[in-house]
Design a protein around this ligand. Structure first.
Ligand code: ATP
Length: 249
């Protein structure tokens, strides 16, 4: 993680404080919505109970997600205000390594925020950011929430949606897309409808998916094995058990 805040890395709450700082800065910059602050707090509580680490079942999910992104005909990484504030450079790198498109996609959509996020991603090295055309629709959602790019999420067979709202995750699933969801709550609707639910903090999940993608790149058999070996229900159960049975040391 970068040096964007004056905090000693030895601080026991370093990662959590850095995360909060980034979300706060995201709100100030017009990237993150105020509701994003609440979502972050909710996520932090789950992360605390998980031990603020990538549990084994999440690592398996991250490997399966990397395999799906690599073997897709057309993969899209959806970026909302929290994701952009927390891991902008890491999202750009993941898209580069897997050949996926980046598309800004907001629950509380405003043109200003879409443009601010696209600009922020460009500052972090993105060359082509989708989400500005909004000429496609997700069936079953009201007008603003349904908007996507027709040649982006609209045409994708695989979508990675970090911190997605449950309704939209459900509607994307109904479109027949393979959905890779990052969500720290294993019982959120988004996690439950995902082909691959990744119960991990986005700040750990994205770099780890990228690392798996580097290892799986150019090896379709290994990609297929990673996809076949992953079981969504077991992963959700394992995450829930960790949360319920972990000790709060
Ligand atoms: P549902 O999917 O049940 O409809 P929701 O739309 O009500 O959930 P929000 O309150 O919008 O969910 O919160 C977004 C979700 O993102 C929460 O489940 C939260 O645990 C998760 N979340 C928040 N921050 C992070 C993070 N940094 N990494 C991963 N997940 C996160």
């Amino acid at each position: 993680m970068s040096e964007d805040v004056d905090l000693p890395e030895s601080h026991p709450r370093y990662e959590s404080l850095l995360t909060r700082h980034r979300i706060e800065a995201g709100v100030d910059r017009g990237i993150t919505s105020r509701q994003g602050l609440i979502a972050q707090g909710r996520g932090e509580a789950f992360d605390y109970l998980l031990g603020e680490r990538t549990i084994d079942s999440a690592d398996d999910a991250e490997r399966a997600a990397a395999a799906h992104l690599l073997s897709a005909d057309h993969a899209v990484v959806s970026v909302n205000g929290n994701a952009a504030a927390l891991v902008p450079g890491e999202l750009v790198e993941l898209a580069e390594v897997t050949g996926a498109d980046l598309e800004v996609n907001l629950f509380n959509r405003t043109e200003e925020r879409i443009e601010a996020i696209a600009e922020y991603l460009r500052e972090h090295g993105a060359t082509d950011v989708k989400g500005l055309t909004a000429d496609g629709r997700i069936p079953g959602l009201d007008h603003e929430r349904a908007k996507v790019d027709a040649d982006g999420i609209g045409a994708a067979d695989v979508v990675l949606v970090p911190l997605e709202d449950g309704d939209r995750a459900e509607a994307l699933g109904e479109m027949g897309k393979t959905e890779l969801v990052i969500d720290l709550n294993p019982r959120s609707r988004s996690a439950e409808v995902a082909t691959v639910p990744i119960v991990d903090n986005i700040i750990r999940a994205i770099p780890n998916i990228t690392e798996h993608a580097r290892n799986l790149r150019g090896d379709p058999d290994a990609q297929q094995d990673a996809i076949d070996a992953f079981d969504a229900d077991s992963a959700l159960t394992a995450a829930e058990q960790t949360i319920r049975e972990g000790d709060l040391e």
